[in-house]
Design a protein around this ligand. Sequence first.
Ligand SMILES: [Fe+2]
Ligand SMILES: [Fe+2]
Length: 278
Amino acid sequence: MPKIKITTLCENSSPGFGLVPEHGLSMLLETGGKKYLFDTGTGAGLTTNARLLDVDLATIDAVIFSHGHLDHTGGLEDLLEIRGSLPVYAHPDIFNNYLGSIMDGNPSYVGPPWTNEYLQKMNIDFIHTDSPLELEKGIMITGPIPRITPYEEQEPQFLRKEGQGFVHDQIYDDQALVIESSGGIVVLLGCTHAGLINTLSYIVDLTGKSKIKAVIGGTHLMNASDNRLASTIKDLRKFDIDKLGPCHCTGFRATAALHQAFPQQFIINQVSSVFEFD
Ligand SMILES: [Fe+2]
Ligand SMILES: [Fe+2]
């Protein structure tokens, strides 16, 4: 089994040294001689952080989008300027007129800052992940994740334009990345709008593997109720997880609760974090 190296290029927190924090996520996966960029952040920090961390963006083999929200797709144009055309894996719903975050009563656009036409103009090979897809042996994109867990409901602030009005957006394009290692599977999460328990349950079903070496990424528990948080922690205990690195949209309260519940497993993921697995 090839070694796995994950380097976090964009995240909400940074250790300083000029590394840019942002409300976004981007993690570089290196394995078997290939480099995959899982999400691209908002665009605020990708190129600066890559330069400071000695990551050559010109050598990326492909981009995988966890979903279409701006904080995961915003760095694509900067990447293409450096890299040129490359394959992009995502669910086609990334162009679904995302709206959200109704702070002042007016929904604002929170989708990609580029269009499908832009992808075509840039000669991007856009590979649709509307079902599980094995990128290569031992690396899988989950595709859409079944919503089964009753308490993992979609938050009301996410909307989508439909006709003249708005409908509640279920963000069905949300997906995760799974990499096999000899010690168990490694799971990279984007925002986990499908729910953390739904996501992990589906991955265990899909792969037939229950040993989870690490779960790293956003868990979207930032607005979770006390009940949802308690239920999530209770159900997380049913999984066999060695390392748990919740970050990005997890939020301080849920991060603290997860740290308290899983002190041995908890790891910090921020800009410049590197995780290696055999
Ligand atoms: Fe999101
Ligand atoms: Fe996000």
